[in-house]
Design a protein. Structure first.
Length: 164
């Protein structure tokens, strides 16, 4: 049985609702730093080694180490040992399932940047589907599969919403 919500069922989530358990705030506490999102971008682009993260993101080794530690601690990346011949054991970083679930977030930021901030010649990077070659983009869709524009999305109180 399909559940439908009418406009009369919409609960206004204005100032009367607490934001203390907001999922957006909680997500930003994990990935909200510029360098953290850029580390994730690099992981999606295939970067796995510490020196490459630091160089490609343009941060110091101490910042790269801190961000990678945080991403591992939050379960977005995992460390895997490797050893080059004649060298000490080092670690590379790979996305976990939890980290891979952030692909739509990174794609959405990239798509927005491409649309509004790219150079006149176009975007610097295009992401394509490996199977068919079509461009990949992030979209908002309802559970029934309909494309949803911003003006069509209506917030509702969730199961743990609290009054302020």
């Amino acid at each position: 049985m399909e559940s439908r919500t009418s406009d009369s069922d919409v609960v206004e989530l204005g100032d009367g609702w607490s934001r203390e358990n907001c999922s957006v705030v909680r997500a930003l506490e994990v990935i909200g730093r510029r360098s953290t999102l850029l580390m994730l971008r690099e992981a999606f682009l295939g970067t796995s080694r510490f020196d490459d993260f630091a160089r490609r993101v343009g941060v110091t080794e101490s910042v790269a180490a801190a961000r990678l530690r945080e991403l591992v601690a939050h379960g977005l990346l995992e460390r895997h040992p490797y050893r080059e011949p004649g060298q000490r054991t080092r670690h590379e970083y790979r996305l976990t399932a939890k980290g891979r679930d952030l692909l739509p977030v990174v794609l959405a930021l990239m798509t927005w940047g491409d649309r509004y901030l790219a150079d006149a010649g176009g975007p610097p990077l295009v992401v394509a589907h490996a199977d068919c070659g079509a461009p990949v983009r992030a979209e908002a869709r309802c559970a029934a599969g309909h494309l949803v524009a911003a003006h069509e999305a209506r917030p509702h109180a969730g199961p743990v919403a609290r009054r302020a």
